[in-house]
Structures are given as C-alpha cells and as structure tokens.
Design a protein around this ligand. Structure first.
Ligand code: PMT
Length: 397
C-alpha cells in the first residue's frame, strides 16, 4: 500500500516553485517510491540537476539526446511510469500539454503516456486567473488528468492570491491517496482472466481468406480494464492492428480458429474468468490451395467445413471458470442470446446487435444487454472502454 515501489515520473517545469521539488522528491524516496525526474529546459534555471539526481538516486533527463549521442526514449520513460506528476506546471507547459506542442522531452514523454497524470499548477496571480489558463486546466481535466489546485498565499512577485503551487506534503498525500484507492478497487487481484478478441482468418489460398469486420476493440478494452482491476490477463487475439502496453496482459496473436482453439486451451485450465469476445469464423475451407487459385471459370465453389466452437468447448470443460460469451445478432436477438447461454453452458452472455446504430463491429462504441440464467440488464450506447467496465462490474458482482 502507499507509495512503496510505485514508479513516479516527475516532470519539473521552469517556475520559481521548482525550488520546493527537492523536498517532494525526498518525501517520495522516504516512502520507498522510485522517482525519475524529467526537467524542461527552463526548469534548470530554478533547481539544480545535481541536487535532484542526488535525492532521486537517478540521472535527470532534459534532452532527447545525451552528450555522448545516445537517445533518451520518451516512449520507454512514459511506459515505465505508474503515474506522471507535473510539478510545478507552468502556464507554458500546461498549454503545450493541452495543445500537443511537442518541443521538448517532457512533452514528448507526456504525449506517449498511458498512465494517470497529475498536474500541480504554479503561476502568478493574473496568469492563473487568465481565461486561457482556466480553459487549459479545464481541457486537462477533460482528458482525465487530475489537477492538484494551486493555493492562496504570497507569490514570488510579491502579490497575494491564488497561484502558489500546492505544498509538497499536499502533493505527496494526493498521489499516495490515489494509489491507496486504486489498490482498494483491485477487485480482480489474484485472478487469471482469459479473453479472446478480434476476427479469425481462414485461408483459402496463399492470398485470400475468409474473415469478418471485427477490429478487436471490444476484446482489447476488456483486457485493459481487467488488468486495471488487478487481474493477470491472457489476451488471445486474431489479426488486428491494436497494441497493448499493460504489464499485466500477455498477448498471444493467432490467425485461424484452430490456432485460437489451441491457444485458448493452453491457458483455460488456469483461468478463473474467461470471456469470448472474438468473432470466430464458424467455417473454414476444407482445403487450402497451395498456389493462388486462378479465375478460369465463371462459377467457383468452395467447400467449407465447420470450425471448432471454442466457447462451447470451454463450456464443456468448465471446472471453476466463470464463463462469459458474446452474441452478435441481427434478428431474434434476445432469444438467440439466451439460447447460446444455455447451449454453451455459460454463466453470462453479452448481447450486441448489428441493428443498433454504432454498436458491434469496428465502432468505438457498443450497446449491450447482459444476461445470466436469472437476470438481464440493458445498457445504453457507450464507449467500448465503458462497456468493458460494465461487463467486468457485472462479473465482479
Ligand atoms: O472487435 P470489435 O470490432 O470491437 O467488435 C466486437 C464484436 C462485435 C466482435 C464483439 O462485441 C462480439 O460480439 N463478439 C462475438 C462475435 C460472434 O462471433 O458472435 P457469435 O454470436 O457468432 O458467437 C457466440 C459466441 O461464441 C462468441 O462469444 C464467440 O466468441 C464464440 N464462438 C463462436 C464461434 C466459434 N467457432 N467459436 C467461438 O468461440
């Protein structure tokens, strides 16, 4: 609990409040956090690299390149962090963050981050009150970043008012509270979750295949959200162009339904929860032509054979697993979904219909109805991330 072993990437920008950052770094280190400091070029006028490096026990990064020509990877830095804290955040750095003006390593790192972001603004009275600053803070909040509000008091200019960076103790407590409440909400901690996602491709010949329009977005969102709840996730995905960065997600890429079947059963026994969001091709060509099929005749007949039903096999082999299927329907939606729930021996089924606008394949949104044997619950159209949270919420319940 607390800050122990948490990785904090601290971006220091060039304001007078930077002199307080030494105390903040000291406090983080005392609480056993790992701190990587990244300074904007102007920050160096206000606080010494040597002091921060000594306190954080790490080198301090400012530029894309070191003096001996090696590259400081903003992507690696961003992906290393559990949180990014920008303190002090000047009006200039705030504006660059909000508008994506990527002219230094700190902003490039911020733009590459997927972790939660905290901003502790610090500026003079009028700057803090200016409509552009207010608007930029609102935009940052809208991005999901958390603002640690500036405080009232004497400012470096001699003026009194709002604009002083929050005290290091307040900032440290805010970050600590965040990790404590995140750990409280780790409702799937210790659980192994298996998820299938995306389409399968069934080869016809070396250039053609039978596939479908699944983008993988629904399954990937489920994987990301399950990992955020503390689960260890194995994500088995058909061919999609999405990537995952969470350390708690082991992604296995497959192409055909048979490959997906084999991969699923390497992990199924060890799973506590299995969710089948993949759009698996029900049929595959009986034979795959070794050479590209030539267009000789006007008609061409392809003989198809049934693929294994992966979810049904999971239902048959179920021991401890909580098994969740999807139903993608175009007619008699509810009846078909309920019938699949029973036939495949599921604990829950998530119905999405291609008759609902912006739901199902490809979209960033989905509209689902969740059935168990004795309950049903309708959800409005939402982003796939929110839908994933709803599904996992129902599973946890
Ligand atoms: O990937 P996206 O673009 O984000 O789109 C998401 C989605 C629409 C693909 C997803 O929400 C979804 O509905 N996935 C299931 C699609 C599907 O194949 O539905 P189905 O009703 O044909 O299959 C029922 C269930 O059996 C599904 O859980 C499916 O994964 C599973 N199945 C089906 C056939 C088969 N051979 N093996 C299976 O495991």
């Amino acid at each position: 609990m607390g800050l122990s072993e948490k990785k904090i990437l601290l971006i220091v920008s060039g304001g007078i409040a930077a002199y307080k950052i030494n105390n903040l770094v000291r406090d983080f280190i005392k609480k056993n956090a790992e701190v990587q400091v990244l300074m904007t070029p102007n920050a160096e006028h206000f606080v010494s690299k040597l002091t921060l490096s000594t306190l954080s026990k790490k080198p301090i990064f400012t530029d894309f390149f070191t003096e001996n020509g090696t590259w400081n990877s903003h992507i690696e830095l961003a992906h290393w962090a559990d949180v990014i804290l920008v303190a002090p955040c000047t009006a200039n750095t705030l504006a660059k963050m909000v508008h994506g003006i990527c002219d230094n390593l700190a902003i490039a790192t911020y733009l590459s981050a997927k972790c939660p972001i905290f901003i502790a603004p610090a500026m003079d009275l009028e700057m803090y009150q200016h409509p552009s600053t207010k608007q930029n803070l609102e935009s940052a909040q809208h991005f999901g970043h958390q603002i640690i509000p500036a405080e009232h008091g004497e400012l470096a200019s001699g003026l009194f008012g709002l604009g002083r960076m929050a005290e290091p103790e307040t900032i440290s407590k805010t970050i600590e509270n965040f990790f404590n409440s995140a750990e409280h909400s780790q409702k799937l901690k210790g659980k192994n979750v298996l998820i299938t996602a995306g389409p399968t491709y069934e080869s016809i010949d070396p250039v053609r295949f039978i596939g479908n329009h699944s983008s993988g977005k629904m399954g990937f969102a489920l994987a990301e959200e399950a990992a955020k709840l503390g689960a260890k996730v194995v994500l088995i995905s058909g061919p999609v162009s999405l990537n995952i960065n969470s350390k708690n997600i082991d992604i296995q890429k497959v192409t055909s339904a048979k490959e997906m079947f084999d991969e699923v059963f390497k992990h199924y026994e060890n799973s506590d929860i299995a969710i089948a969001a993949a759009a698996v091709s029900d049929y595959a060509p009986k034979e795959i032509a070794r050479e590209k099929i030539k267009k000789n005749d006007d008609n061409f007949t392809l003989e198809l054979v049934k693929n294994p039903d992966i979810l049904k096999a999971m239902g048959e082999k179920k021991t401890k697993q909580f098994l969740v299927g999807f139903a993608l329907e175009t007619e008699n939606e509810e009846q078909n979904a309920k019938e699949k729930l029973i036939r495949k021996n599921l604990d829950m089924i998530v119905l999405n219909s291609l008759r609902d606008e912006n739901a199902g394949f490809g979209n960033d949104t989905n509209k689902v109805k969740i059935f168990t044997k004795n309950s049903e619950k309708d959800f409005p159209l939402k982003s796939k991330t929110e839908v994933a949270k709803d599904i996992l919420g129902e599973i946890v319940r």
